[in-house]
Design a protein around this ligand. Structure first.
Ligand code: G3H
Ligand code: 13P
Ligand code: ZN
Length: 316
């Protein structure tokens, strides 16, 4: 069942966070649905502009519609990740997405407000909810590259003003995380002090944490042992997710960790079976491993086991 992120956040606020996972293909889609059902968790499917362009935007839509039929017990939102204004309108018009992110965080405050406000008006007219971003994470995003040194943490007073002016439904905040596999090159960590300040200015308002992959060292070591070359990769400590949730974070974005699972499975498989050239045996292993990975993440997020409670609220 496709719902809005807002509906999921109402149940989660202050208690747990919903996992927002990026998908690009069939195998990820299968693993995602299985892992969330195995752990009985509501979830958010994230589709980036790059994912829409990877094959064709309608292919992902078709996959998700089919998965909804194959897994009728799943409860999830379909969300555009890091949208520009044009892509937001395309998703709003499509009638498929229940939620879009407008990311104008690289613009100055006034321009960010103006763009976000336009998207909010168009989305709300169709019952679609909007995530916006204020502050800048380090790392690589769809259309922006930000040095760790230049990452700008979200200003709590500006955050309150931004939400008031734009009418957005949730806010992605920069609180020390960054995108990709190479976070925290220095001694940086999550800024719970900044998060607490933001929550005090926006009590009850859903906050979002991007760049939240954990980049497990064991995963990196396995990839490197199987011929990979990921040096110095480091991520967010997943045991901190629950504390972030208590401080108003209702959505936690994870993409890189899933890519690491894909890389590890494929590297190890072809190293161990150099004679193989069939895509299905390794695809099957990946789907199982991806489902396991999702279920484990949901334990850290606290979303595991919440599915029936969410269903009851939705069905009144
Ligand atoms: O924050 C970006 C996400 O990890 C999506 O990555 O734009 O390469 O699909 P992508
Ligand atoms: P990671 O690169 O840490 O997985 O972050 C993903 C993300 O924020 C997608 O919007
Ligand atoms: Zn992101």
């Amino acid at each position: 069942m496709i719902v809005t992120t807002k509906q999921l956040f109402e149940h989660a606020y202050g208690k747990y966070a919903i996992g927002a996972y990026n998908i690009n293909n069939l195998e990820q889609t299968m693993g995602l649905f299985r892992g969330n059902l195995d752990s009985q968790a509501p979830f958010i499917i994230q589709i980036s502009k790059g994912a829409r362009a990877y094959t064709h935007k309608l292919m992902l839509e078709g996959l998700i519609r089919s998965a909804d039929e194959v897994f009728p017990n799943a409860i999830f939102a379909v969300h555009l990740d890091h949208g520009d204004e044009e892509t937001c309108y395309d998703c709003i018009e499509s009638g498929f997405y229940s939620s879009v992110m407008i990311d104008a965080s690289h613009e100055d405050f006034e321009t960010n407000v103006a763009i976000t406000k336009r998207v909010v008006e168009a989305a709300h007219a169709k019952g679609i909810v909007v995530e916006a971003e204020l502050g800048q994470l380090g790392g690589v995003e769809e259309h922006v590259k930000v040095d760790e040194a230049n990452a700008k943490l979200t200003d709590p007073d500006q955050a309150r003003k931004f939400v008031e002016l734009t009418g957005c439904d949730s806010l992605a905040c920069a609180i020390g995380t960054s995108h990709g596999a190479f976070k925290f090159t220095g001694t940086q960590g999550l800024r719970f002090d900044v998060l607490a300040e933001i929550q005090s200015r926006l009590p009850g308002f859903p906050l979002v944490m991007h760049g939240s992959s954990s980049v497990p060292q064991e995963e990196v070591a396995r990839i490197n042992a199987a011929g990979g070359n990921l040096k110095g990769a480091k991520g967010v400590d997943a045991t901190q997710f629950r504390r972030a949730a208590e401080l108003g974070v209702t959505k936690i974005n994870i993409d890189t960790d899933g890519r690491l699972v894909w890389t590890r499975v494929h590297r190890e498989h072809f190293l161990e079976h150099p004679e193989n050239f069939d895509l299905r045996p390794v695809g099957k292993i990946f789907m199982t491993e991806y489902a396991k990975f999702i279920a484990e993440k949901n334990e850290f997020l606290g979303s595991a086991g919440q599915l029936e409670a969410v269903r009851q609220v939705l069905e009144g």
